[in-house]
Design a protein around this ligand. Sequence first.
Ligand SMILES: [Zn+2]
Length: 250
Amino acid sequence: MKSRMKTTRKGSDDPEVAAVYCTHGDETAGKKAVEKLLEEKPDFRKGVKFVFANEKAFQQGGRYVDTDLNRSFPGSVESSSHEERLAADMMEELQDLKILDIHETLTSPVPFALFTWSDEETIETLRSTGVEDAVEISYTPGCGINHYGGEEVEVGPKGSREAVNQAYRLLKTFLINQGVLKGETDHSNPDIYRVYGTEPKPEEDWMPASENFDSVDEGDVIAEKDSEKAVADEEFVPVLFSDTYTDTGF
Ligand SMILES: [Zn+2]
């Protein structure tokens, strides 16, 4: 069966590692980072796959065509949804690989990683990305990494050159640490956050008054709108709070 994603293979042996980009068609930093890396024609010491996930959404300039791909796993080849068919193909393409799935976000600070499995290999893959903050998001149904494993990384701000630079750095760090590219290995030891609840998304015009990954005490102001304030009713660490509340990106 011909797969619905464009996959570029490099290196001579069977890939154990994959980099995925454009899971959301409008998040293009990963695509640009992969293109930049391939233009440099580095020596690939081990096999690797670069997977252009949702090319159709990218061509249309949208996040997805029928359904959010990152809520469409495990998918089905017979579905009427483009993304559910894609998800089924990706399950096959990415089986048993160590995966870096590059997303783009408007939340800050970036970069950070998202993961759902907590086995040794996933944590090792996480450390190989070099990120300092990571969030366990296994509560999210239909997420790709919930089904094929590995990590998502978020770079930003979405649409900026800085996002592309971050994506390129993470991609190179990951490929060096996985032995695909030559270089000095350097794993990070990220702080890990677990999502145990979500704050309801406020109505328009609310601005967060707290920084992601900075802990909030009971009584602290977490968001404000004109003279109104939302106050924390317990101590917690905000993650994925966005200053636009439009799209957290993952
Ligand atoms: Zn995304």
